[in-house]
Ligand binder design. Structure first.
Ligand code: SAM
Length: 232
C-alpha cells in the first residue's frame, strides 16, 4: 500500500475524488466493467433474500444505483454516502444521508438489511464498518457487500491487469478525471483477503458468512446474517 493515503488523509482523498468524478461516474463505471456492473448489483440485492418491504441501508450509495435496485426488489432503501458530489448526482426516490459510514447517524437495529457496492476498498477501517453495520441491523438482518476483485488465474488475471492498469485510466482520463482513474486500479491494494474479511465479519457479530466470486473473479460478494446475540 506504498504511496496510498491512510486514515483521515484517505477519507479526504476519497471524498475529493468522488466529488470530482460524480458527473460521469455511471458512464465510466459501465464502460470499465463492460456493462457487467448492473448484473453484479442485481445479484448483490437478490442475495439479501429478505421479505418485500424490508428497510435496507445502502452504504456508500454514490449515485444511488443499489437504492434503485433495492426498490426494484420491493425493499425500502436508504442511501448513505460521504461525497456531496455523488449524492447530488443520485437519481433515486430513496432518502439520502450525507455521512461517513463509520459514523452512521442511525439508531441500533434500524435496518433489516444492508448492501454496499464497490466501497470496501474506500473505507478506512473495515472492521469498524462491520461493527457499526451489526449495530444498525436487527438480529437476523442480512448484509450483502459487493466489490471488485482480482482474478487468480492465468489469462484472465493478465487481461484484467491490463484492462485495469491501462484501459480504465485511459477511458477515465478521456471522459472524466485522469488522476482519479489512475488511483482506482491502485486502490486494489487496499482490499483485504477473504479470510480477513470473514474474520472481521464474524468478530462484529455476523454468522453464516459466504464469499462468492463473480464473473471469473472480477468481482466478489460477501453475504452474512446478523447473529441474534451480543455485539449490538
Ligand atoms: C465506487 S463508488 C460506489 C457507488 C455505488 N455504491 C455503486 O454501486 O456504484 C464508492 C462510493 O463510496 C463512498 N464512500 C467511500 N468511503 C465512504 C465512507 N467512509 N462513508 C460513506 N461513503 C463512502 C464514495 O463517496 C463513493 O460514492
Amino acid at each position: 500500500m506504498e504511496g496510498l493515503p491512510q486514515g483521515a488523509e484517505k477519507v479526504r482523498a476519497v471524498r475529493h475524488m468522488f466529488d470530482a468524478i460524480a458527473g460521469r461516474y455511471e458512464l465510466v463505471n459501465s464502460i470499465a466493467s463492460l456493462g457487467m456492473d448492473r448484473g453484479w448489483r442485481r445479484h448483490c440485492v437478490e442475495a439479501l433474500g429478505l421479505p418485500a418491504g424490508s428497510v435496507v441501508l445502502d452504504v456508500a450509495t454514490g449515485t444511488g444505483d443499489l437504492c434503485r435496485e433495492s426498490a426494484a426488489h420491493g425493499y425500502r432503501p436508504v442511501g448513505l454516502d460521504l461525497s456531496p458530489g455523488m449524492l447530488s448526482q443520485a437519481h433515486t426516490a430513496a432518502p439520502l444521508v450525507l455521512a461517513d459510514a463509520l459514523a452512521a447517524p442511525f439508531r441500533p437495529a434500524s435496518f433489516d438489511g444492508a448492501v454496499s457496492g464497490f466501497a470496501l476498498r474506500n473505507v478506512v477501517d473495515l472492521s469498524a464498518l462491520f461493527t457499526d453495520l451489526a449495530r444498525v441491523l436487527r438480529p437476523g438482518g442480512r448484509i450483502s457487500l459487493l466489490d471488485l476483485a482480482q482474478p487468480e488465474q492465468g489469462l484472465l488475471r493478465l487481461g484484467h491487469h491490463y484492462w485495469s492498469a491501462y484501459a480504465v485510466p485511459f477511458v477515465g482520463s478521456l471522459l472524466s478525471d485522469a488522476e482519479a482513474y489512475h488511483y482506482l486500479p491502485r486502490s486494489f491494494a487496499y482490499l483485504p483477503s477473504p479470510a480477513e474479511v470473514v474474520k472481521w465479519l464474524e468478530a462484529a457479530g455476523f454468522g453464516g458468512v459466504e464469499h462468492e466470486l463473480l464473473s471469473g473473479g472480477i468481482s466478489q460478494i460477501y453475504v452474512a446474517t446478523r447473529q441474534p446475540t451480543g455485539h449490538a
